[in-house]
Design a protein around this ligand. Structure first.
Ligand SMILES: [Zn+2]
Length: 316
C-alpha cells in the first residue's frame, strides 16, 4: 500500500528533522551550486548512492539517472542546462557492474504494452522489435556501454571544446570505483573481471597510500573516541579478493578452463610484480585489519596500521 510507504518516508523525514535539531545533519550548501562543475550520469539502480560512494554533500555535483546510464534526448536537455546555466565542465558516465539493463528481455508482453502505451508516437507499420529496442535501450555489456557513451558525449566538444568527458565503473558488491584509465583498454566487462584481482591489488596500494594522507583526520577522531577495552576490540578484515568472479560468463571463450586459468594466473602474477616494483613494496601484499570501536552507537573504523603507527609515536 502506498500509504505504508508514505508513512515510512515521512517517518524517515521526521528522523532527518530530529538530526537537524541535534546538529547531526545540516542543510548548508556551498554558495556556488554545484560546488564542483561536475555532472554524473549514472544508472537508476537503487544500490548506487552517488553522494555516499564519493563522500559528497548535497549541492556538490549534478546527478542524472536512468536505467543503464544511457544517453537520451532528455538527458541532453539536462546536460545542456547544466552547461549553459551552471557552468558544468566535467561529465562523468558512471556505469556499474551487474547492471540490470544487461538482463533486460524484450518479451511479447512488453512489446504489446509498449505499442498500446505509445500508440501515437510509434509508427504503425515499422519493425516492432527494433522500435521497442530503441525505446528501452537494453545494454549488452556494462563496460562497453560506458565507453560508447563517453564517445557519444564527446561529440558535445564540437560545440563546447572546454567540456571534458570521462567514464567510471562502480562495483556495487565491493564499493570500489574504477577510473576510466583502469578499464578503457578492456573490450568487454568479462575481460575486466578476469583481471579483477590484479586491478584490486593496485587499489589496495592506493588505499594504503591514502591512509597516510588522512592519518591526522583519523587521529583527531581519537580525541572524541573512548576506545574499547582490548577484549572488546573485534578484528575484522576489511576486504578480501573475490575468490570467484567468473561464474555465469565462463563459457565465452573456446580455450579450456585450465588453460585460461594458467594464462590468467601468470598474467596476474606478472602484473602484481610490476605493481610491487611501482610501489616499492617487498614480500606479500599487506592485509589491512580494521578494528571495530564502539562510540555511542556509532561504529568508527580505524585501520590497524594507523594504531600501530600511533603506538610507535607514543613510544618515541
Ligand atoms: Zn544499472
Amino acid at each position: 500500500m502506498i500509504k505504508d510507504i508514505e508513512k515510512t518516508l515521512i517517518e524517515g523525514n521526521l528522523r532527518f528533522q530530529w538530526k537537524i535539531t541535534q546538529d547531526l545533519e545540516n542543510l548548508e550548501v556551498e554558495e556556488k551550486i554545484p560546488k564542483y562543475p561536475v555532472l554524473i550520469l549514472t544508472c537508476m539502480d537503487p544500490k548506487i548512492d552517488i553522494h555516499r560512494i564519493f563522500q559528497l554533500k548535497p549541492g556538490d555535483v549534478f546527478v542524472l539517472r536512468n536505467a543503464g546510464n544511457v544517453y537520451t534526448q532528455d538527458m541532453l536537455r539536462s546536460i545542456l542546462i547544466s552547461i549553459f546555466d551552471y557552468h558544468v565542465k566535467y561529465i562523468i558516465i558512471l556505469g556499474h557492474m551487474d547492471c540490470g539493463m544487461t538482463k533486460f528481455k524484450l518479451t511479447e508482453l512488453k512489446k504489446k504494452l509498449l505499442h498500446k502505451i505509445l500508440s501515437n508516437s510509434l509508427s504503425n507499420n515499422s519493425d516492432v522489435f527494433s522500435e521497442t529496442r530503441q525505446f528501452f535501450k537494453p545494454i549488452v555489456d556494462e563496460l562497453r556501454n560506458i565507453k560508447n557513451h563517453v564517445e557519444i558525449l564527446k561529440r558535445l566538444q564540437e560545440f563546447f571544446p572546454e567540456i571534458e568527458i570521462t567514464g567510471m565503473l562502480y562495483d556495487v558488491n565491493t564499493g570500489w570505483v574504477f577510473e576510466y584509465e583502469k578499464f578503457k583498454d578492456f573490450s568487454v566487462i568479462w575481460n575486466f573481471r578476469r583481471q579483477y584481482e590484479t586491478i584490486l591489488t593496485e587499489k589496495k596500494y592506493q588505499f594504503i597510500d591514502f591512509f597516510n594522507t588522512i592519518e591526522h583526520e583519523i587521529v583527531d577522531i581519537n580525541d572524541l573516541v573512548k576506545p574499547l577495552k582490548e577484549s572488546e576490540v573485534n578484528d575484522v578484515e576489511i576486504e578480501q579478493f573475490p575468490k570467484k568472479i567468473v561464474g555465469e560468463h565462463a563459457e565465452i571463450s573456446n580455450i579450456s578452463e585450465i588453460d585460461k586459468k594458467k594464462k590468467d594466473n601468470s598474467e596476474n602474477e606478472r602484473q602484481k610484480f610490476e605493481l610491487k616494483q611501482k610501489y616499492k613494496v617487498q614480500g606479500i601484499i599487506p592485509k589491512i585489519k580494521v578494528p571495530k570501536i564502539q562510540f555511542q552507537g556509532v561504529k568508527i573504523h580505524i585501520p590497524n596500521i594507523i594504531n600501530k603507527r600511533r603506538e610507535r609515536m607514543n613510544k618515541d
